[in-house]
Design a protein around this ligand. Structure first.
Ligand SMILES: [Zn+2]
Length: 249
């Protein structure tokens, strides 16, 4: 199957879904990791253009560890909005990706770019299959709406601080080391997060969140909620694909 992770910034997928993507890659699925931006505001040290190049290189190196392709959708940090041109742009991207399953950002999360990404991807899943919805690009409409899942928000809590309850939790114990290696490729973020977010240790923070997302019986987890509103696909294909890695309730 074709599986795409579409989140806002370089390193979001590595924090929230890389263990699951690594499991899917190991099973031979074709994985693409997309970031909406190149992370051009995530540094106090480099200017936006230089930083974008550094971060795209880091993201591609992380994706490469599981044989995944990396794409940047070309938006700018703190400038992702659900408007008409943006939705058409994301629609064209989905038509290009032709993914059967899409993992995207949580609808409620600490950062505006995450929430805007979630809305854009959710709505573009629908518009990508509407033949008369034009994008100005050359990609054909999708034959059907992809299966859509929201990743957990950062720290597994929404904007109000409430814990988010995933309906699928993947036990990522067997790919946790790989997830850590993928995140470690984002070297430019370590210093920045220490400065801006008061996260002292980048990798340990990811480890803590992966523990927080786990369910009984698993040490590390990643949670997902399927978007099943009509007419989106109802079948839980992610659970079907990773049946032997589902964390117990
Ligand atoms: Zn982010």
């Amino acid at each position: 199957m074709r599986i795409a992770s579409i989140h806002a910034h370089p390193d979001d997928a590595e924090f929230l879904a890389a263990g699951t993507l690594a499991l899917l890659a190991k099973d031979g699925h074709e994985i693409t990791i997309v970031t909406m931006t190149a992370g051009d505001c995530g540094s106090g040290e480099y200017g936006p253009e230089e930083l974008s190049e550094i971060r795209k290189t880091e993201a591609a190196a992380a994706a490469n560890l599981i044989g995944a392709r990396y794409l940047c959708a070309g938006f700018k940090d703190l400038a992702i909005f659900s408007d008409d041109p943006s939705r058409r742009r994301v629609t064209e991207l989905l038509r290009l990706l032709k993914a059967d399953v899409i993992l995207t950002a949580s609808p409620s999360d600490y950062l505006c770019d995450h929430e805007a990404t979630s809305i854009l991807v959710r709505d573009a899943c629908f518009t990508a299959s509407v033949p008369n919805y034009t994008t100005g690009g050359g990609e054909a409409p999708l034959p059907r709406i992809p299966h859509l899942y929201f990743m957990d928000p950062v720290e597994v809590t929404d904007r109000t601080g409430a814990r988010v309850d995933a309906d699928v939790v993947i036990d990522i114990g067997s790919t946790f080391a790989k997830k850590k290696s993928m995140l470690a490729k984002h070297e430019s973020q370590r210093a920045w997060l220490r400065l801006q977010h008061n996260v002292d240790n980048y990798l340990e923070q990811m480890e803590a969140w992966s523990r927080a997302a786990a369910r009984a019986g698993a040490e590390f987890g990643e949670g997902f909620r399927q978007y099943r509103v009509h007419p989106y696909p109802q079948s839980d294909v992610l659970s079907d694909l990773l049946r032997s890695h589902l964390a117990a309730w």
